[in-house]
Design a protein around this ligand. Structure first.
Ligand code: PGA
Length: 251
């Protein structure tokens, strides 16, 4: 069964005490108001262990925003998938456009991270999406296809089932510009069709595909109403309690 998911990507925001307070308030809210979707908080690394404790008796799920491409060893400053798993987190975002752009993470590296995350017992939220000039020149499908083929399609079907895909047109991230519900649906269907060819109908139909990019309470319900949109990856609006709760409820 395809699962609906709303994931909040906190990015590099909130210090430890702010983050814990925020997690406590979301935990209390969703405990009193259960929703059908999986709600995942993707926090900075430093919050993971403590947020894991906070949400232990609630309904929220926990994820990291990145992991190392190496399993362990002399990689100063890195955090391994296994370490993330040991905090109680169940998810990790891989291939966010900010990591692709600012840290030059390419598809081969993202593939390595994905394999390692899954073998460490994590589920992966794998991001893909085109930049504005690729959309304007009609190359968006080609770009996303290559990101998926090189990043994900080397996985076994069994491992691919641990993946959630987030389609995030880069021109819509943090810009206030949103893909129209039709543009989102068109790309999500395209992605599902690619997965169908690669892994078969059952895997494709079970796959959760999230939309990300300036998702807010005013546009979430319409985007989520599309057949192949199974939820959202929320950046800016995930930092505001009312907005994030309203987006979750829109599903
Ligand atoms: P945004 O970010 O909602 O602030 O556009 C989405 C994301 O980067 O995941």
């Amino acid at each position: 069964m395809r699962r609906k998911i709303v994931a909040g990507n906190w990015k590099m925001n909130m210090d430890l005490s702010e983050g814990l307070k925020f997690a406590e308030s979301l935990n209390a809210y969703f405990k009193s108001k259960p929703v059908k979707a999986g709600v995942i908080l993707c926090t900075p690394f430093i919050h993971l262990a403590a947020v894991s404790e906070i949400i232990k008796n609630g309904t929220l799920l926990l994820g990291a925003q990145n992991c190392s491409s190496e399993p362990s060893g002399a990689f100063t400053g890195e955090i391994s998938a296994q370490m993330i798993k040991s905090t109680g987190a169940g998810y990790v975002i891989i291939g966010h456009s900010e990591r692709r752009t600012y840290y030059h993470e390419d598809d081969a590296l993202l593939n390595k991270k994905t394999q390692l995350a899954i073998s460490s017992g994590l589920n992966v939220i794998f991001c893909c999406g085109e930049v504005l000039n690729e959309r304007e020149s009609g190359k968006h499908r080609e770009v996303v296809k290559k990101q998926l083929e090189d990043g994900l399609f080397t996985l076994s079907a069994e491992n691919f089932r641990k993946v959630v895909i987030a389609y995030e047109p880069v021109w819509a991230i943090g810009t206030g510009l949103t893909a129209t519900p039709e543009q989102a649906q068109e790309m999500h269907k395209y992605i599902r069709d690619l997965v169908k060819v690669k892994f078969g109908t059952v895997v494709a139909e079970d796959l959760t595909i999230l939309y990300g990019g300036s998702c807010k309470p005013s546009n979430a319900a319409e985007i989520f109403s599309k057949q192949d949109v199974d939820g959202g990856l929320i950046g800016g609006a995930s930092l505001k309690r009312e907005d994030f709760c309203a987006i979750v409820e829109a599903i």
